[in-house]
Design a protein around this ligand. Structure first.
Ligand SMILES: Cc1cc2nc3c(=O)[nH]c(=O)nc-3n(C[C@H](O)[C@H](O)[C@H](O)COP(=O)(O)OP(=O)(O)OC[C@H]3O[C@@H](n4cnc5c(N)ncnc54)[C@H](O)[C@@H]3O)c2cc1C
Length: 447
């Protein structure tokens, strides 16, 4: 079997993998990147902001059950990550608030992806597209590369000093989603690249890696029920980010969560409700201020209600609360009961139950904009356990020699909470690259 020797093998050419590979070649290391699909960039192609919690206090407040070492590393090294992006000549805009509690920078993710590829190639790195990683190679309990089937069908052994898993999570595997997120997760529409199907997790577990945390949730957003994504632009266009200013009722005609904490958190809660669907109600004020407004400073505004309606979602406009009685019966809600609750909530203000911590304004201005919503899945929070350098851990909590992971393949950082997907891919991609080849001098060249 033909073989290749390299300092660093990176499996997955998305945000984490390309970051790691570009960093390693910048340090004079030889790198081989193996990508499963015919294109690079993964879900990072669709992202626009690198952001996270601005301080340890905020991280602790919004993500109290995440791994403390990973949380700390993410906050501490985020600024270095932004400096790294800028060092490649990619502009990062000034900091803006993201999702109420985060801080981040808009940047050209596709420009960054292209620049990483250019640097990898210019430094003699190899990028194998449409390649399948069959197994990791091991020796004395450590990882020494991988067996890969190239696009030509040829199998080859890539022997490496270190290997970084960066395949982007398991959201494209209904089986793994059902097992680790929630049984109902198998039904969610995929709001990400289609190739992240848990290969990194399976490869890591086959060599003794620990994974976790089960039921720690996922990143995703509410979308209109019954509307299929037609293309990747729909991932953002159909996301009902404004739900944090609206009210969400389940099939029992009850609110079940504090919607104001954020659409991405409400999304996790809705998954666990009956049939994973609910009625999202906004009034004329919310429509004006939030449905047709911009979600994050710098992002384009789009009338999501209008789009949901045009695309055949379950939508309706009620001129006043009395008209809720005429909700289509086949939707399964009791409109009059929901209208009564809206009246009661408007009267309760900040004392609403569940509370509406960050926006307790009344929804008392007709007309009302009603959309039935369900969760869509971007990536899971369950994954390969790592230390703060990206080193993969076994069940005893020891690192597995030669094996690293970064980005959405990893778990433990978030537990029913979220402070960005690009930021951990960036921070732990850099950390893994630095640690993976730290003990290697002088650089070894490709054979
Ligand atoms: C619509 C959308 C908008 C988003 N916006 C933001 C945002 O503004 N800010 C933010 O922080 N996050 C955002 N995210 C999330 C962010 O894109 C991800 O968290 C980030 O890209 C994760 O990086 P990654 O390298 O782990 O995975 P990815 O970037 O998805 O890359 C994984 C790569 O691995 C490849 N792969 C899979 N299996 C294999 C295999 N067996 N062998 C080789 N390669 C494999 C995939 O094809 C892919 O190229 C968004 C996501 C989506 C879908």
């Amino acid at each position: 079997m033909p073989g290749i020797d390299t300092d660093l093998l990176v499996i997955g050419a998305g945000m984490a993998g390309l970051t790691a590979a570009a960093r390693a070649v910048a340090g004079g290391r030889s790198v081989v990147v193996v990508e499963k699909s015919a294109t690079i960039g993964g879900s990072a192609q669709f992202a626009g902001y690198a952001w996270t919690a601005p301080s340890h206090e905020v991280m602790e407040e919004v993500n109290p059950n995440g791994d403390p070492a990973l949380r700390r590393a993410l906050v501490d090294r985020f600024a270095d990550g932004i400096a790294w992006i800028r060092s490649l000549g990619i502009e990062c805009a000034d900091a803006v608030t993201v999702l109420r509690y985060g801080t981040g920078h808009q940047f050209d993710t596709n420009g960054y992806i292209d620049e990483c590829r250019r640097r990898i190639r210019d430094h003699g790195g190899e990028l194998y597209m449409s390649a399948e990683t069959l197994s990791l190679l091991t020796q004395d309990g450590g990882v020494i590369g991988a067996r890969v089937r190239l696009a030509t069908g040829e199998e080859c052994e890539i022997r490496s000093h270190a290997t970084i898993l960066a395949t982007g999570g398991f959201q494209a595997s209904p089986e793994l989603s059902g097992e680790h997120i929630h049984p109902a997760a198998t039904e969610m529409q995929l709001r990400s690249n289609p190739t992240s199907a848990g290969d990194g997790l399976r490869l890591a577990e086959a060599v003794g890696a620990a994974s976790g945390t089960d039921r720690s949730g996922f990143y995703g957003h509410l979308i209109p029920t019954g509307v299929r994504f037609r293309d990747t632009a729909d991932f953002v266009a159909l996301s009902l980010y404004y739900s944090e200013h609206a009210l969400l009722f389940n099939l029992d005609n009850r609110r079940f969560t504090d919607e104001t904490v954020g659409d991405h958190l409400t999304t996790m809660d809705l998954l666990e409700q009956p049939e994973s669907r609910g009625l999202l109600v906004a009034d004329a004020r919310v429509y004006r201020e939030w449905i047709t407004g911009s979600y994050v400073e710098g992002a384009a505004a789009l009338d999501k209600f209008d789009l949901a309606q045009r695309r055949g979602g379950r939508c309706g406009i009620a001129e006043n609360l009395d008209e809720f009685a005429y909700l289509p019966e086949e939707w399964g809600y009791d409109g009059a009961a929901i209208a009564d609750q809206i009246r009661a909530l408007d009267a309760a203000g900040p004392d609403s139950q569940p509370p509406r911590r960050y926006d307790s304004q009344a929804l008392d201005e007709g007309p009302y904009y009603i959309v039935e919503a369900c969760p869509a899945l971007t990536f899971p929070f369950h994954g390969i356990r790592i230390d703060e350098h990206g080193g993969v851990l076994n069940a005893k909590g020891d690192t597995i020699s030669g094996l690293f992971a970064a980005g959405s393949d990893t778990g433990g950082l978030y537990n029913r909470a979220y402070t960005g997907g690009i930021a951990p891919a960036l921070v732990f991609g850099l950390a893994a690259a630095d640690r993976a080849v730290a003990d290697l001098t002088p650089p070894v060249s490709t054979c």
